[in-house]
Design a binder for this molecule. Structure first.
Ligand code: ADP
Ligand code: MG
Length: 241
């Protein structure tokens, strides 16, 4: 078995829009070890979100393989993928993606409900997690009653309550002011310090520079990787570019 947490080989993703095709990811080979802190950078439309969605099992590639913790996850059923997602992956989005009608506590509890964890155990963990993120006095508030920073802290609490192996964050500070964005990045980096693999999409150069490794996307291809890996070199591309 490989030591890599994430192994992408020959990944292709093509979107069809009427008669036109968008080659959103092409010939992607990336290997990420457990505990890494990686920034995915590049201009708008370069494929960053498409890559993150694939890593988060929210989307499937058209070609290539994705191994997570040594297991090929591309061939799993939707149900099996949902289980892997719920147990191993935490997502943080630019626009928070909280459920508007639910309170902060209920939003944080959602992944545990999906995982079938008993209500009493759930309540204790939610209370502890809200305390960990300084949200204990906001437990009963709905998202529209929270500030942007508080919403993102609720989203991070929700993303981490199942203790995932990897956190995928897509422009997590994109809707926050500088000081609040800094606070959110420190929370994510603290989790990485505790061993969680952190993959952050950003087009902010200063933010990307904080990661120990940068992947630069351009037109769907990996244009530069600050950690060049030599293993597995061959002809991985399924389609000509
Ligand atoms: P980024 O996050 O780097 O801005 P995306 O991954 O969102 O880029 O998009 C990469 C390319 O794929 C863009 O040209 C975008 O328009 C296209 N794309 C992304 N998602 C879809 C989709 N669901 N259907 C059609 N085209 C898409
Ligand atoms: Mg994007």
């Amino acid at each position: 078995m490989s030591a890599a947490l994430i192994e992408l080989a020959g990944i292709e993703r093509v979107f069809h829009l009427g008669d036109s095709e968008v080659h959103a990811l092409r010939c992607l080979d990336v290997s990420i070890a457990a505990g890494e802190y990686v920034a995915v950078m590049g201009p708008s439309g370069s494929g960053k979100s498409t890559l993150l969605n694939l890593l988060g099992l929210l989307d499937r590639p058209d070609a290539g393989t994705y191994r997570l913790e040594g297991r090929d996850v591309t061939t799993l059923s939707a149900e099996e993928q949902a289980r892997v997602r719920s147990e191993r992956i935490g997502f943080v989005f630019q626009s928070f993606h909280l459920v508007p009608r639910l309170t902060a506590a209920e939003n944080v509890a959602l992944p545990m409900i999906l995982a079938g964890i008993a209500p009493t155990q759930r309540a204790a963990r939610v209370a502890q997690t809200l305390r960990d993120y300084g949200l204990e006095d906001r437990a009963g508030h709905r998202p529209d009653q929270l500030s942007g920073g508080q919403r993102q802290r609720v989203a991070i609490a929700r993303a981490t309550i199942m203790q995932p192996a990897v956190i995928l964050a897509d422009e997590p500070t994109g809707n926050l002011d500088r000081a609040t964005g800094e606070e959110v990045m420190r929370l994510l980096e603290k989790l990485n310090g505790q061993g969680v693999t952190l993959i952050v999409v950003t087009h902010d150069v200063a933010l990307g520079a904080r990661a120990r490794r940068q992947l630069l996307m351009e037109d769907g291809a990996l244009q530069h990787d600050t950690v060049a890996r030599r293993e597995g070199v061959g002809d991985p591309c399924a389609l000509p570019t």
